[in-house]
Design a protein around this ligand. Sequence first.
Ligand SMILES: [Zn+2]
Ligand SMILES: [Zn+2]
Length: 325
Amino acid sequence: MGRKQKLRQERKIKNKNPTSAVITTAPEATVEVASEGVPSEAAMTAIVVEVDSVFPKSDEYVQATVDTQIINGNEHYKLRPSEQYALIKQGATEHGCVHSMLLMDKLLRKGSTTTEGHYNPMYMHLAHPWLLEGAIRGNFRCIMTLIGEYYFDHAELNRNADVLIDYWGKIAHNANSRLPNLALNGLKDRLVRTCVICSKTDTNTSTLKQCIGCSFHCYCSETCQTTHWKDRKHRNECKQLRILNKYHKPYFNEIRDAVIRGDKEIPSLEKLRYKLGLTRPLEDYQELIDYNTHDGKLINPKDYVVAREDGTVWVGSFPSSPIGT
Ligand SMILES: [Zn+2]
Ligand SMILES: [Zn+2]
């Protein structure tokens, strides 16, 4: 099926089910975050910056960011963008510097044609692996950016990243209770169980079945399950969740502590990077980088920021880790 055709079909599904859970989860969660007792965005940023300050800064990061000036409320660096980018990339790949990884996202998405202050979605798919690299190391700003600027957006557009929002939201909140709970909360915590596609609820005569991969979504029928799994691409994020649950969750503290200590070799991190596809060879996704195309067709970058059908990332970060070599 062509992309246009698929989009048309997705739109049809969306129009048919205006109350589908996929469409409503994003605004709901936003309300939750903005409700009483939750810090303002500025206060939140201050908390996250403070929590992340324990991560070491690579010399390259310091060098690339030390000379900044604020013009019209935006940070401007004295280095040329290409020089700064090269330094930041070195900091990220050679020293596993999470601050550099976060800045990689900003620099890549800023691109060259964006209007001031707005990130350029054209490069989202190239920036995504750097945020994921930062997130798996336990950097909260990377996690918050993934949730707020990648996965929520994804949900709005009727592409599903709900279970990843839930995963990362829980990871952040469990690791530090000062961070607000951005998790969407899975099936068990929901008051009313509804089919994610058609919004049917549990009744005496019919019982919804839950997705065995994530236990997050439930379905009234096989048809709805197939629509969600294939057309709405739930398969992709559900499989990534499995990878994260197996290779990230149990090692979260171990990896984060090792990164903060500046360990040169972190086997659990390398295994996870491999499982997520972050170490895939460049040839695999060269076309996405060079031309913004896939199999010769122009892509919508937002379709390439979650996962492929096997749960691995579309675009890798750096093929094999030079850390410790
Ligand atoms: Zn249904
Ligand atoms: Zn699932």
